[in-house]
Design a protein around this ligand. Structure first.
Ligand code: PHE
Length: 336
C-alpha cells in the first residue's frame, strides 16, 4: 500500500526548504543535503516507493517528485553560495589591514652601540696631542723583525728580545710587541722636526691572567728636533697627565732600560695611594736616529710608550685585562 500522497510530498518540501534556509554554516548545509538526498535520505526513500505505485500514479508522482527534487537542489545550491560569500565577508571583516596607516617604528632589538672605553681614551689622547702639535700616525700590526727589533738597537742576540717574546709567522715576520715600531717608520717618512703619536694594538707571548694579556694597546710618542732634552720630555709628560687626569699629577722618574733610549726612564704617577708605572720613556738613542737616516749630531728626540690598556683600566677601575677584548656585553654595556 502506497504511503505517498500529494500532502506528504508538500510537507516534505516545506520542511526541507525551511531547514535549508535555516542552515547557518556550510557544514550544517551539507549535513542537511545528506539527510534529504543521501542514500538513506528522506526524499530518496520517498522516490524508492514509486515502484510500488500503479503505473498511472507512478507517472504523475514521479514527475512531482522530480520537480520537488530539483527545487530542493536549487535551494541547496543557493544557500551554499550565500553561506560561501557570507564566510568570505566574515574573513574580509576580520582579516583586513589598512595599508594607508602610517608604519610603526621598527622594534629596537639591540642598542645602537657605543665606543669601547679603549677607543674613547685613545681619541681623548689624540685630541690632546693634536693640540700640542703632534701628528697621529698608524702602522702595521704584523711587522718586520727589522722595525720591531733591529732598527731599535735590539740585535738578534740581545737579551732584551726575551722580554718581548711574540708570535712569529712562518716567513719570519712577527706581531709587533710594541708601538715603538713606529719610531723608525716615522723617521723614514717624515723629516725632522717632527712630533708623532702612534696608538695601536700590540701582542706578546704571555701567560694570560688578570694583569697580562696577549693583546693590549699602547700609544707611542716621539718628538725629534734640535736641542731636545729631558726637560722637554718632562714638560710634555706633565702636560699630558694634567690633561688626562684634570689636575697636576705627582710623578717620579726612575731609571729604566730600553735599548732604544738613552737615558731611559720609567715615569710613575701617584694614583690612588700608590705609584703606578705608566710611562716608559727616554731620549731617542743616536743609533735609532741613524737607522732612520737622521744625523744625531744635528737632531735629538724623546720617545715614550704609554700603556693605553693600563690607563683605561685605572681610569675605569677595570680589574681584569681580559675584559678589554672579551666581548662580554655585560661589560661593554656599562660604557654605552
Ligand atoms: N716600547 C717599550 C715597551 O713596550 C716602551 C718604550 C717606548 C720605552 C718608548 C721607551 C720609549 O715596553
Amino acid at each position: 500500500m502506497s504511503v505517498i500522497s500529494t500532502q506528504l510530498v508538500d510537507d516534505l518540501k516545506g520542511t526541507a526548504l525551511a531547514s535549508i534556509a535555516g542552515a547557518t554554516s556550510l557544514e550544517e548545509l551539507d549535513a542537511k543535503r545528506v539527510e534529504l538526498l543521501g542514500k538513506k535520505g528522506r526524499f530518496t526513500s520517498l522516490l524508492k516507493e514509486l515502484g510500488s505505485l500503479e503505473p498511472e500514479s507512478r507517472k504523475s508522482f514521479g514527475a512531482l517528485l522530480n520537480s520537488v527534487k530539483s527545487e530542493i537542489e536549487g535551494s541547496l545550491d543557493a544557500r551554499k553560495s550565500a553561506l560561501g560569500s557570507e564566510s568570505i565577508q566574515r574573513r574580509l571583516e576580520t582579516e583586513w589591514i589598512d595599508v594607508t596607516l602610517p608604519v610603526q617604528a621598527p622594534v629596537v632589538i639591540a642598542s645602537p652601540g657605543a665606543l669601547h672605553p679603549l677607543l674613547t681614551v685613545q681619541r681623548d689622547l689624540e685630541q690632546i696631542f693634536h693640540g700640542l702639535g703632534f701628528t697621529v700616525v698608524d702602522g702595521p700590526e704584523m711587522e718586520r723583525e727589522y722595525y720591531n727589533f733591529e732598527a731599535l738597537n735590539i740585535p738578534n742576540t740581545h737579551p732584551a728580545r726575551d722580554m718581548q717574546d711574540t708570535f712569529w709567522t712562518k716567513d719570519g715576520n712577527l706581531l709587533r710587541t710594541h708601538t715603538s715600531t713606529m719610531q723608525v717608520r716615522s723617521l723614514e717618512r717624515m723629516k725632522p722636526p717632527l712630533k708623532i703619536v702612534a696608538p695601536g694594538r700590540v701582542f706578546r707571548y704571555e701567560r694570560v691572567d688578570a694583569t697580562h694579556g696577549h693583546t693590549f694597546y699602547q700609544m707611542e710618542g716621539m718628538m725629534v728636533d734640535r736641542h731636545v732634552s729631558v726637560g722637554h720630555l718632562i714638560y710634555f709628560m706633565k702636560t699630558l697627565l694634567r690633561e688626562i687626569f684634570g689636575s697636576e699629577q705627582k710623578i717620579r722618574l726612575r731609571p729604566g732600560y730600553f735599548p732604544f733610549v738613552e737615558p731611559g726612564f720609567e715615569l710613575d704617577i701617584w694614583f690612588q695611594g700608590r705609584w703606578l708605572e705608566l710611562l716608559p720613556c727616554g731620549l731617542v738613542h743616536p743609533k735609532v736616529l741613524e737607522f732612520g737616516g737622521i744625523d744625531p749630531a744635528e737632531w735629538q728626540g724623546f720617545a715614550f710608550g704609554l700603556g693605553l690598556s693600563r690607563l683605561v683600566m685605572s681610569r675605569y677601575q677595570i680589574h681584569d685585562i681580559r675584559h678589554m677584548d672579551g666581548g662580554d656585553l655585560r661589560f661593554l654595556r656599562q660604557f654605552s
